[in-house]
Design a protein around this ligand. Structure first.
Ligand SMILES: NC(=O)C1=CN([C@@H]2O[C@H](COP(=O)(O)OP(=O)(O)OC[C@H]3O[C@@H](n4cnc5c(N)ncnc54)[C@H](OP(=O)(O)O)[C@@H]3O)[C@@H](O)[C@H]2O)C=CC1
Ligand SMILES: O=C(O)[C@@H]1CCC=N1
Length: 484
């Protein structure tokens, strides 16, 4: 799957690099881009994306977006230490909301370079002009404009990355795509990109989604999906409890009390009930699906419940077993900041995996497939339960500061923002968490005093035991609630 990126042209890179920002924009303006100027591309969809919709920056491995079909994306690789090339990456996108794609692309390359990435190679994802449909009023001239614009980007990236043309991937303008970059760390030499362009929302947007159980986690995922523009009428939630059902109704999705009704036309079905209820729900569904020629792809988020158990419970009378992906999401999915682990065995096809990835990537910034099922329990102990660890920490911090004299309100505002700021730095900074910690810790200062106190109280051990306890509880749930 590795493709060598050809060298396209000898250009004066220094001249381009040294050109002022305005000169570069001017160069691009003079070249073409009538389509953008006419705002045809931007006007094609009412939706726009913001910076927050993208994983962006160092060491990210996915670029995903939903709902915006005409986006350009650029993934840049290189290396940070001047040695090998191509094994580190910087991802960015070219079209941010109403921003000019070329400006965003300049920034992506500049940012990568400013962050010390050298020996740049790029992947350009572009809307494929040939897919613009006549019935949508696209003239040949429009197509040519877009093609010119595309050629300009290719040329510009070629220049800006040091004379290496980007690898290119086109996408149908009606579809949105994500870019997943696999195994970067394993790539030893430059000019290579190991990429897998994941078809994102087109299939997801067309799919009928059912949620069995409309509690906290279902609400978080659905809230995230709705924010990404998934048609709420394609989502049906079955929920026995009127209070939760009404919340779902208010959120605008279809609701029912009947699991079977919800699953009737589902392509994708999320089992979002408590682990204790998983067996009865699976058996009920399997019983009702005997006559169905095709069964939905099952996404189980129930902590601990193993694939073996679910396969047993979901087996139809004629022996067919629906395909199942085990997923461990977390509640920050609600604000599009989820972290999810996924596992499937060989019975699940790669397109089904892509669909599961698309669902979770819509609401998660980290979407990690693990290669052994037991690791889903570890993901549970880390990120599934993890948000609660930070909430508990913030609760304690507020309580301490309040006891020391700050008002509850001020302490709450300061603690919440501290957590958010630290989280943002963790995600956005190029430094390791340990270095960020050191940067706060002046020798013999206040932070050192606090960290010493943590250590004396066995902080590392406390965290280690807690993550292990959650992981073990996951395993235990699987064993006690599992088959037969
Ligand atoms: N909360 C979290 O942070 C995370 C949760 N999970 C997993 O997600 C699953 C759901 O957790 P969570 O959302 O917190 O739990 P909730 O209890 O909030 O939601 C489960 C919902 O399912 C309903 N329900 C009960 N029985 C049935 C049934 N037979 N058919 C359909 N719905 C039913 C419940 O109704 P009622 O209240 O009336 O019983 C409840 O509203 C769990 O398996 C959990 O392990 C995974 C990752 C993170
Ligand atoms: O506490 C639980 O069991 C679920 C699973 C992960 C987060 N909440």
């Amino acid at each position: 799957e590795l493709t060598q990126v050809p060298r396209r042209a000898e250009v004066d890179h220094n001249a381009i690099r040294e050109a002022t920002y305005l000169e570069r924009v001017q160069k691009r303006d003079d070249s073409c881009l009538k389509a953008i100027k006419k705002r045809r591309l931007l006007a094609r969809e009412s939706k726009t994306i913001g910076v927050g919709d993208w994983n962006h920056g160092k060491d990210q491995d996915t670029l995903t977006t939903t709902g915006l079909a005409t986006c350009y994306g650029v993934a840049i690789t290189g290396n940070y230490d001047g040695g090998k090339t191509g094994d580190d990456r910087w991802l960015s996108h070219a079209l941010e909301a109403e921003r000019d794609p070329s400006e965003a692309m300049f920034d992506a390359v500049e940012e990568a370079r400013n962050n010390g990435l050298k020996g740049l190679y790029a992947l350009l994802v572009y809307p494929d002009a040939s897919s613009f449909k006549n019935e949508d009023d696209w003239t040949d001239e429009d197509r040519k404009d877009v093609q010119d614009e595309h050629d300009w980007y290719v040329q510009w990236i070629t220049d800006a990355t040091g004379g290496v043309a980007p690898e290119e991937k086109g996408h149908d303008y009606k579809e949105s795509w994500g870019i997943k970059i696999n195994s970067f760390k394993g790539i030893q030499s430059g000019r290579f990109l190991h990429i897998n362009v994941v078809k994102m929302t087109s299939q997801l947007q067309k799919s009928k989604l059912a949620f069995i159980g409309g509690g906290n986690m279902a609400a978080a995922i659905i809230g995230g999906l709705a924010a990404k523009g998934i048609d709420k009428q394609n989502i049906c939630v079955s929920e026995p409890w009127e209070v939760n059902r009404n919340k779902m109704k208010e959120a605008g999705v279809r609701t029912t009390e009947s699991n079977i009704e919800a699953s009737k036309d589902a392509d994708l079905l999320v089992i979002a009930v408590k682990p204790q209820v998983a067996k009865v729900v699976c058996q009920e569904l399997a019983g009702a699906w005997a006559q169905r020629s095709a069964t939905p792809l099952i996404i189980s988020i129930a902590a601990g419940i193993t694939l073996d158990s679910m396969k047993e419970w979901l087996k139809l009378a004629d022996g067919r077993v629906p395909h199942i992906v085990r997923v461990m999401p977390n509640t920050p999915a609600l604000v599009g900041e989820g972290a999810s682990g996924l596992y499937a065995d060989e019975s699940v096809s790669s397109s089904e995996k892509d669909l599961a990835t698309a669902l979770l990537a819509s609401v998660s910034k980290a979407t990690e497939w693990v290669d052994r099922e037991e690791l889903i329990d570890v993901v549970t102990g880390l990120s599934g339960s993890g948000p609660a660890y930070f909430f508990a920490m913030v609760e304690h911090m507020i309580e301490s500061a309040t006891k020391l004299g700050l008002s509850q309100e001020q302490a709450t505002r300061l603690a919440k923002q501290t957590c958010l700021g630290a989280g943002k730095m963790l995600v956005e900074s190029t430094e390791e968490p340990s270095q960020l910690r050191r940067n706060v810790t002046s020798p013999n200062g206040t932070t050192a005093a606090a960290l010493e106190s943590f250590e004396t109280s066995g902080f590392k051990d406390i965290v280690d035991k807690a993550v292990k306890a959650a992981t073990s509880r996951g395993e235990e749930l699987g064993k006690t609630l599992g088959k037969p």
